[in-house]
Design a protein around this ligand. Structure first.
Ligand code: NAG
Ligand code: NAG
Ligand code: NAG
Ligand code: NAG
Length: 774
């Protein structure tokens, strides 16, 4: 950047001020530089023209050789047309991350706000929080882009269903429920992409499409796994978050996965990509492969016999961008062999370039654009850091509070023994797909703000392979007024490429917890850090363990939030976004068995609270508060009529005992509204999550989940007061179930709605309209 000052004449403090104000280096335009006379008047640079025409103009100018080099994440420059190279791969799962090569930290951008891992944030059940985090993350992403340190295309969020509790990447997801995951997806994507019409603040990507939730289990890895999935499970479980991400979140990208689904690699399946994502759901954006997926289905899966066929299959299936070099290397030969046409390649480029144009990348000076002024001072701001603490406070789940013993009191608990391998961790708290946090507050530091601490790790790390340090941990517990054990997992136990072998605390951790609890002078509180559920039946049942908190991976300020909850400065309101199964659940349960529904004859238990009915340690949706909330139903309809088109073929005179195809119903605006009064009868202000479950009429037992979440709403209720909450339930979307052939139907009859202990029967009836042709 040219400067009118020569460096030697500029006082150092002035340079510093420039950097602090974010007026330091800004990147040169990606394309259409107003200083470049050769290109600035070309139609594709004309901001006044519709994007469709600009894209068409640009593609018309590219040579075939140039085109194929734009099909990959590390897209080449086209200097002839004033277009720079672009790295598509950046990540922002819960804060700007340095996992992808598109983003680096350093210079004026040493760090970014690192929010809690998604599984923790999901536990808040607060859609406005999810959107707010997205807004903050995209402010920081734009600031880093302007400073030349990041891209504008982020391959987040991960919205796969947390199907099996062993999955190492379950931590990245919003949990096991499709509606929860879909609502998270749509909210985070709206936050990160902005809602300025067709323009994008940054572009998100919902991944990994689909049925991707196994990394490496029992010798089977994600690169070779063929997920056998029924049409029924696809429609009512695996597709739901992606459909909501595309249709409600209007995401700018979907990523296909490594695995095969029913024998076809997802990135080579035209039914999935062209058919469903682009055709049915109308993705306005690009489809990208997981990194080297195309290479993987050729090299590892031997799905095609030549690399050219693999390249052609991917493009013809609807893939627009390859993460990895494969398409840049093999597409030209595939074209020459006639396996794919230049028209197919143009279609892919139109999808990627359109997103770049919607991002403003062809609009000249970045600094002149809506987000052009964001810079270093907009990253790690006080407000952003406060939101990170707040998100952790909202996501932490109180699982046990015997007595109650919590919250602790700074007056009565002046000395706290802080024990455990996770008691003074920093980067453990940010989980995976993280960046560099602005600053960290460990649990030890957080608790230190309220009490004098005696710190004893008890074990060197979470593997906790011996009891050598137990003696000093027990001594600390004997001396203190209260004991907090911070235990659990980290990325050595659950991570990308690492699925868990069991659900127990690793090594000697359980022994440490029990021995410390037995020795403690004051109340013992167990704080768990983990992405996946942990079988802590022993602690649940141990009367010496007064309280249990699950913190997930609570982000850069996790220790502050944990301490705020332990000492009652914050009232916990998180709810588990996944079932906590006992270890026995895994007995002869292959992680590779994708079926959601139980097969009782085979002893197969089914998966997630929607289908599994056996014993649990803590159920989906569980979480306590320091207050007590009561629900009453203020008003709710007893019946709802579904207008149904008659049918020339088939008998519609008696449909009272049937399940009507959603496609035969008039669904628009067909919803029921519940009004629920939530009363806080405790003495502390608090937030409460209303979870509305529906149990469809009996008689469809072989189809339907025994219950499913149809709506949730978080509400803040001051102590001793009451709030009325209105909840709308879209009848066709939410009260429908899916039959064995994958068809969505609305069962006629009584649907039982449960909101906490309130039950309401809603009778769903058909109302036949005129006969139409089928
Ligand atoms: C806790 O961790 C911090 C930061 O990593 C470190 O500076 C401090 O010495 C640790 N405290 C104890 C008591 O180990
Ligand atoms: C339709 O069902 C009704 C009642 O079950 C029956 O009376 C009627 O005969 C049926 N009509 C046809 C065309 O099958
Ligand atoms: C329609 O089905 C219901 C439930 O099976 C039955 O009780 C009723 O008698 C039937 N009505 C006619 C007209 O067949
Ligand atoms: C949801 O999160 C937002 C953002 O932190 C917060 O302002 C709001 O109070 C939360 N809602 C409830 C009901 O707690």
């Amino acid at each position: 950047m040219a400067s009118i000052f020569s460096p030697s004449t500029v006082p150092v403090f002035f340079l510093l001020v420039l950097v602090l104000l974010g007026l330091g280096e800004t990147r040169d335009p990606f394309a259409c530089d107003p200083k470049d006379r050769a290109t600035k008047n070309l139609p594709f640079c004309k901001v006044s023209l519709p994007i469709r025409l600009r894209v068409k103009d640009l593609i018309g100018r590219l040579t075939l050789q140039e085109k194929v080099t734009l099909l990959v994440n590390n897209a080449a420059a086209v200097p002839r047309l004033g277009i720079k190279g672009y790295e598509w791969w950046s990540e922002a799962l819960h804060g700007v991350s340095n996992v992808g090569p598109g983003t680096k930290f350093g210079g004026p951008f040493p760090a970014a706000t690192s929010f809690p891992q998604v599984i923790t944030t999901a536990a808040s059940f607060n859609a406005s929080l999810w959107e707010e985090i997205g807004r903050v993350v995209s402010d920081e992403a734009r600031a880093m882009y302007n400073g030349g340190m990041a891209g504008l295309t982020y391959w987040s969020p991960n919205v796969n269903i947390f199907r099996d509790p062993r999955w190492g990447r379950g931590q990245e997801t919003p949990g096991e429920d499709p509606i929860l995951a879909g609502t998270y997806a749509a909210s985070y994507v709206r936050g990160i992409q902005g809602t300025n019409g067709n323009r994008l603040k940054v572009a998100a990507s919902c991944k990994h499409f689909t049925a991707y939730d196994l990394d490496n289990w029992n010798g089977i890895d994600r690169f070779h796994f063929n997920a056998q999935v029924s049409k029924q499970d696809i429609e009512d479980t695996f597709d739901v978050p992606f459909r909501m991400c595309v249709k409600e979140g209007k995401v700018a990208s979907v990523m296909c996965s490594y695995n095969q689904v029913n024998g076809v690699p997802t990135c080579a399946d035209p039914n999935l990509l062209k058919g469903r994502v682009r055709g049915q759901w109308r993705l306005n954006g690009y489809i990208v492969s997981d990194c080297d997926s195309v290479g993987v289905f050729y090299t590892n899966q031997h799905y095609t016999s030549t690399p050219e066929e693999a390249a052609a299959d991917a493009i013809k299936a609807g893939l627009d961008l390859d993460c990895g070099p494969f398409l840049a290397v093999h597409t030209k030969n595939a074209l020459e062999k006639g396996l794919v046409t230049e028209g197919d390649v143009n279609g892919a480029l139109a999808n990627t370039i359109t997103v770049q144009m919607r991002l403003g990348m062809f609009d000249g000076e970045a600094s002149a654009q809506p987000y052009g002024k964001l810079g270093p001072r907009d990253v790690c701001t006080a407000a952003h850091k406060e939101l990170a603490v707040e998100a952790a406070r909202q996501g932490i789940v109180l699982l046990k509070n015997r007595g109650p013993s919590l919250p602790l009191s700074p007056r009565r608990h002046q000395t706290v023994a802080v024990i455990g391998p996770n008691s003074n961790v920093t980067v453990t708290m940010i989980g995976n797909y993280a960046g560099i946090g602005c600053e960290y507050t460990s649990p030890l530091q957080g608790i230190g703000r309220y009490a004098k601490t005696i710190h004893e790790p008890g074990c060197t790390n979470v593997a906790c392979s011996n009891d050598k340090q137990f003696g000093s941990a027990l001594n600390a517990a004997r001396q203190a007024d209260a004991t907090v054990l911070v235990m659990g997992l980290d990325q050595s136990i659950e991570a990308e490429t690492v699925d868990r072998a069991d659900l127990l605390l690793p090594g000697h951790q359980q022994e440490l917890v029990s021995k410390v609890a037995a020795a403690s002078r004051g109340p013992t509180i167990l704080v768990l850090m983990s992405g996946g559920p942990v079988d802590v039946t022993f602690a649940k049942n141990d009367p010496k363990i007064a309280g249990i908190l699950w913190a997930g991976y609570p982000g850069q300020a996790g220790g502050a939030a944990i301490a705020d909850i332990l000492f009652g400065a914050a009232n916990p309101g998180g709810k588990l976004p996944m079932t906590w199964y006992p270890e026995e659940y895994l007995k002869s349960l292959a992680m590779t068995d994708m079926a959601m529904r139980p097969r009782r004859s085979k002893g197969y238990p089914g998966r997630t609270y929607r289908f599994y009915n056996g014993p649990v340690v803590y159920p989906f949706g569980y979480g306590l508060s320091y207050s007590h909330f009561l629900h009453t139903l203020a008003s709710a309809p007893k019946t709802v009529s579904v207008p149904v088109h008659g049918h020339r073929h088939g008998n519609t005179t008696n449909i009272s005992n049937k399940a009507i195809r959603v496609t035969h119903a008039r669904c628009a605006k067909l919803s029921v509204s519940l009004h629920i009064d939530v009363k806080n009868v405790g003495s502390k202000d608090g937030s409460h999550t209303l979870l509305v479950f529906s149990a469809p009429p009996a008689g469809n037992g072989h189809w339907a989940p025994h219950k499913q979440l149809v709506a949730f709403e978080k509400v803040r209720v001051p102590a001793k007061s009451q709030q009325r909450v209105k909840i709308n339930i879209h009848v066709c979307k939410l009260l429908s179930v899916v039959d064995r052939s994958g068809t969505r139907r609305i069962p006629m009859g009584v649907h039982n709605l449960h909101i906490g202990d309130v039950k309401h029967s809603l009778s769903v009836q058909a109302e036949t309209l005129g006969i139409i042709k089928s």
